[in-house]
Unconditional design. Structure first.
Length: 448
């Protein structure tokens, strides 16, 4: 997609403008609610004008985006946010139309109150700011992604509360209605026990309140204390288990889900990697520039080898993930096959930054592939050289125990000499060949 309209919609200033309008609309909604509450539901002066202004901006934004993206507006990576925007704008449009068409003199107050349902959309407009702010969007995505874990957490907490509630209410029933306790019954204590443990539902709520801060757990302890040591110990165990085990485990689950959802997507990873590479190149350029004592814009092998021995320079390179424990070998590797003794700083930085980090499996496989190509080319060259070499100048060959022909130089040829081995039956040449090879072909490595 391209064009001037596409450039406008995807410009950063466009997003900032829409975000500012949404924030202003949220503040205006709060001001409007306060005015209606303080003035017995009366409308604020100019309310229709402000509503029409905000609606016009929302419609213009939605129309421009739908014009640029077309049907793909609802079928892209932002389809959820786009659908949310579409619903909010449609709701605001219906709300405005209903407000304009409503006739207060008809006295249809039931219909007027039903229109308040559409006012909820004004609250939801605040969430539209999250699509333009990365931090808020990440938090919102983490909350939405934790709903499944939240439901399972509620189920687990409900099961724990239900088991302990049955355990306590069974003994509380005996405690409240035991005829032996009627003579020494404390009316106030009995009323409190009857109130907090009158049924299973209330007992579950009492246990939940005692662990969530609704009531002090010591108040519940006073009610359970007359039932004996076993139930006192069970209640203390419940408080400790729920506080230190259940809540911490559930918190860890939510944090783990949030961390998974906060991971950057592929596009963000690419951008972060490019920014990191740019920062590394700037830092490496600064370090190498400091090594250029003559300020010539060049770095020589002698300068690099001498200064790379310093601990500070070596630590700087190590921080960038570049190993220079062997400075001379490192410089020769960076210089390449031409083995230049002097390089420009820019060229040195561009080549040295490629040696950052550890070698990957792709690097090793590429090296193995290139080595195989070299071996194949050397083998082809060897075969061609053998075919073009005169027979009397070929190495003396013999057959081993298996009958396979073997070069005599495997046992007798000195690899340090350039002399050719001749067959014993051939007489010595009267003159040297016009193009004598530099070394014995039969003495080439066996892996070729």
């Amino acid at each position: 997609r391209e064009g001037w309209l596409h450039d406008i919609v995807n410009h950063k200033a466009f997003d900032i403008t829409v975000s500012v309008v949404i924030v202003v609309n949220a503040l205006y909604t709060a001001w409007q609610c306060n005015y209606e509450m303080n003035n017995k539901g009366a409308q604020m002066p100019g309310q229709g004008t402000f509503e029409a202004f905000f609606l016009a901006i929302y419609l213009a934004e939605l129309s421009l985006k739908m014009r640029v993206h077309g049907p793909y507006f609802f079928c892209n990576q932002d389809m959820c946010w786009n659908l949310f925007d579409f619903i909010i704008v449609a709701e605001a449009l219906v709300d405005t139309l209903m407000t304009v068409l409503q006739n207060p003199q008809e006295g249809n107050f039931t219909f007027a109150r039903s229109l308040r349902v559409f006012k909820v959309g004004r609250i939801l407009r605040v969430f539209r700011t999250m699509r333009f702010l990365k931090s808020l969007r990440v938090i919102m995505s983490s909350i939405m992604g934790s709903f499944v874990s939240l439901l399972w957490s509620f189920l687990m907490i409900g099961m724990i509360l239900y088991v302990f509630a049955l355990f306590f209410i069974q003994q509380m029933t005996v405690q409240l209605y035991d005829p032996r306790n009627e003579a020494n019954v404390d009316t106030e204590l009995w009323s409190q026990q009857r109130h907090y443990f009158r049924n299973v539902e209330r007992t579950v709520l009492t246990l939940l309140e005692s662990t969530m801060g609704g009531i002090d757990w010591d108040d519940v302890y006073v009610l359970i204390e007359p039932m004996g040591l076993v139930y006192i110990s069970a209640y203390i165990f419940y408080i400790a288990f729920f506080t230190f085990a259940v809540m911490n485990i559930l918190t860890g689950i939510f944090v783990d889900n949030a961390m998974k959802l906060c991971r950057p997507d592929d596009e963000e990873l690419i951008i972060e990697q490019r920014l990191q590479d740019a920062d590394d190149m700037k830092e490496l350029h600064r370090i190498v520039g400091a090594m250029d004592l003559d300020k010539t814009g060049m770095i020589s092998r002698e300068q690099f080898v001498a200064l790379a021995q310093e601990e500070k320079i070596m630590r700087c390179f190590t921080t960038l993930g570049i190993d220079i424990k062997q400075p001379e070998l490192f410089f020769r590797t960076v210089a390449g096959p031409d083995s230049s003794t002097q390089m420009t700083i820019e060229e040195f930085v561009l080549r040295a930054v490629r040696m950052k980090g550890m070698a990957t499996s792709t690097d090793l496989q590429g090296l193995i592939f290139q080595t195989g190509l070299i071996q194949q080319r050397l083998h082809n060259l060897l075969q061609k050289q053998r075919e073009t070499t005169p027979a009397q100048w070929r190495p003396w060959r013999r057959e081993d125990a298996s009958g396979r022909a073997q070069d005599a130089c495997d046992d007798t040829c000195d690899h340090r000499t350039d002399d050719w081995e001749r067959r014993p039956e051939q007489p010595p040449p009267t003159s040297a060949p016009t193009a004598a090879p530099l070394f014995s072909i039969g003495c080439w490595p066996r892996f070729l």
